[in-house]
Design a protein around this ligand. Sequence first.
Ligand code: SAM
Length: 310
Amino acid sequence: YPVNPVILSTRPVGLFSVLGLPLRPLCPLWLTSFPIFFFFALLASWRFTSSYPTLRLSHLPRTVYHLPMPTPNVPEFIREDLQKLELSLADDQLKNLAEYLHLLLDANQRTNLTAIKDPDTAWRRLILDSLTLLPGLEMLEAGAQVIDIGTGGGLPGMPLAIARPDLSFTLLDATGKKVAFLQSCVEAIGLENVRPIQNRAEVVGHEPEHRQRYDLATVRAVGKIAEIAEYCLPLVKEGGRMLAMKGAAAETELADAGDALAVLGAGDLALIDAYPEGFDSELVLVSIVKERPTPKMYPREPGTPRKTPL
Ligand code: SAM
């Protein structure tokens, strides 16, 4: 037979009964209902507050406060090592080196620029190692052109450019992100003698603006000597030089590269220990003078010097 739920209901109509709870004050169901009410109260307050507009940076007044960037310190051991190496840098050059390293390590958290993350190691292996090339730049006169090939995050080119503001540095790398980082460094530090370029060495090696235009080519961690000589020597003037930063394998690599060097126009070769005794480093500088013009066919197609070194 038809059932009328209103007539059958023994509970008073109201919020509690809607939730299925009897209105008797001491009923144990009252106690169990508290968490349910608490939940709905929370839900209601969340709905209410979330209807406030979200505060965005663009809502703030457009006053820009330029807070001075704290200048990172030059560690004392670096000042001591520079003295031992008889390299003297002015205070503002040291400050620029510190700022560059700060920018490099900061950007390295987002873009892969170097495997070194510890600041002290970075001072030693990135900055100081790069500065060991300075004696090799002594004979260059003001205005001389230097190119750093496969510079990556700017090594050794940036520290050298900071230490020698009288020379012009072209920092070449195939990777756009790295070159964009270098451009931002140049602007942040205010370097007027640095020009970052994104391209491959095999391409710029054939461009009249670059071929045989440089007094010195530097290179670190790009490849074996036969490969990097094919990148560097076409860009260097006759009588100019390439300086490569190498490890303990330098001598073997140089011996293997004999034919390549002869073809590319190399003359005098020298292996120089970058550090005097007492330093914990195996860094060797390979100096290769360009004696004769490089034949027009070099460098070969992009990728070939690495795949099939001369
Ligand atoms: N020289 C830097 C250093 O010591 O930290 C970077 C070394 S990283 C291992 C090698 C760099 O060389 C990369 O950034 C790469 O893009 C660049 N590179 C390799 N072959 C190149 C080429 N043929 N032309 C231009 N850049 C090249």
